[in-house]
Ligand binder design. Sequence first.
Ligand SMILES: Nc1nc2c(ncn2[C@@H]2O[C@H](COP(=O)(O)OP(=O)(O)OP(=O)(O)O)[C@@H](O)[C@H]2O)c(=O)[nH]1
Ligand SMILES: [Mg+2]
Length: 341
Amino acid sequence: MQVHRFLARDANHAIAQIRQELGPEAVVAHVRPAPVTGLSRLWRRPGIEVLAYLPDPTPEAEPAQPAEPAPKPIPTPEPPPTAPSLAGLDEPIVGSSSCRLLESIGLLPILAERVWEHALSCHAGNPPDGPAQEFEWAKSALASFWQVQKDPASAPSVEVFVGPHGSGKTTVLCKWLTQSVFSQGRQSCVWRLDGPGANFATHLDLHCEMLKVQVLRTWSKNMAADWEQGFVDLPGVDYHDAAAMSSLRSRLGQFPGARVHLCLNAAYSTRLLIEQVRAFDSLPITDLILTHLDEERSWGKLWNLVVGTKFTPSFLAAGQNIPGDFRPATPEQLFRGRFSL
Ligand SMILES: Nc1nc2c(ncn2[C@@H]2O[C@H](COP(=O)(O)OP(=O)(O)OP(=O)(O)O)[C@@H](O)[C@H]2O)c(=O)[nH]1
Ligand SMILES: [Mg+2]
């Protein structure tokens, strides 16, 4: 994969260059202010530097395996609606052997048990024929806990980012905004709002200035209607602080119809991640965005969030580069433990 560098006076100019040189399939990997050195910085207007590449062609599908007799279809029961409590999450399940596979990918024992029970109920309680079938059953049982998200294109166009301090909310906003500007050409506006505390994310202002996107400091629902997409940046919240959480709840009441994304640092321990989701789950959260995946090797542990909370990840993000890696989340990516192309 060859990365190409483009220097342009603004985002529109960069998009035109990239389309001309690499075509519509090009992916923008990084955007930053163009470095200006020497005396020329006295008279040259600051521009932007964009790194873009053409993704490798998708490998051809593997040849089909010889057909096996089709198994009798068994109706798939709905996953149980209630999430188990935090108590006992780490306890081993006595007498359970078939969940070891699920535990080996990072599922907590009680959640592994829950998924395996679901797998068996899909196969009339019969045990699998061998390890290969056990693996397939476990995979499809896990995937059945994944709640399908509404297509973002048809969803309301205000995206709000909340979460604990430093979980990567503003970075995710910049990644998403940059993709919207470069790939979809959407007219966007950003609100950098205060929450329970002041929002000092001035790096957001700098990034928006580079993209020529307006940043507003006060929210007005009527103004939001002027844009194809609105992004709301809120400061992190100490979720142990009841007053701060209550203030966040009132703030979120100002964005009816918006999608509220809970951003979490995926490199944290499973227990802490579940604790964080539980702390925020009485707020009108729509889905999860998992960040810092560049710092986490065992993505399998993230299935604990899918199975053990009422939310499913909508996007996965990795790295400090903007936009860098920021993609819609899929079960396949969690199985593979990497971004699949
Ligand atoms: N390695 C890595 N660093 C990240 C990632 N996302 C964000 N960061 C870094 O984490 C730090 C905090 O990121 P922010 O986006 O400012 O986090 P935030 O949640 O907006 O922080 P507050 O608004 O202060 O709560 C910054 O140094 C980011 O560059 C990521 O996916 N990987
Ligand atoms: Mg922030």
